[in-house]
Design a protein around this ligand. Structure first.
Ligand SMILES: [Fe+2]
Ligand SMILES: [Fe+2]
Length: 154
């Protein structure tokens, strides 16, 4: 958007505060995405340890590898934008049983699909838009895999 630098209308010199605010909102969402991936990496390791079979454990660890990839990609975006490394924090508690973990993961993955699609829509660079669309597709697969594991508990 073109902004005239000396627009004195309504006493505002320009609309930089709005642009700055948009950037702040984007950064807050990016941090939320980074913390979500960071939390999933930790939680899926715990769920994998409780898995009843090697097949289940492998599926969960492959999903965890995807989350590590997402975490690295989003962290790089953060560093590109701020010049700093993110300081990730666990944003969600991980349930303490295998079944509880799977139920939590299905819902969390589904919610993350929606969140990432929104971020892809509001991203202001093609690289970030593409990364969030691809991550949304990965999370959709993860949701289905966790559901598969959930219905195969016996
Ligand atoms: Fe992810
Ligand atoms: Fe995921």
């Amino acid at each position: 958007m073109f902004v005239h630098p000396f627009d004195d209308h309504a006493g505002l010199r320009n609309t930089q505060p709005d642009a700055g605010n948009q950037q702040a909102v984007w950064l807050a969402n990016l941090i939320q995405a980074i913390n979500g991936e960071y939390s999933a990496i930790a939680c899926y390791e715990q769920i994998a340890r409780r898995a009843p079979s090697a097949e289940a454990r492998n599926i969960i660890m492959e999903i965890r590898d995807d989350e590590i990839r997402h975490f690295q990609t989003f962290s790089q975006f953060y560093t590109n934008l701020t010049g700093r490394r993110p300081q990730p924090q666990i944003s969600e508690a991980c349930p303490s049983t295998y079944k509880g973990g799977l139920e939590f993961a299905v819902k969390d993955e589904q919610n993350t699909v929606d969140f990432y699609r929104e971020l892809a829509r509001s991203a202001n660079s093609p690289a970030m838009k593409q990364a969030f669309l691809e991550a949304a597709r990965d999370e959709q697969h993860h949701a289905v895999w966790f559901l598969y594991l959930l219905i195969n508990i016996r």
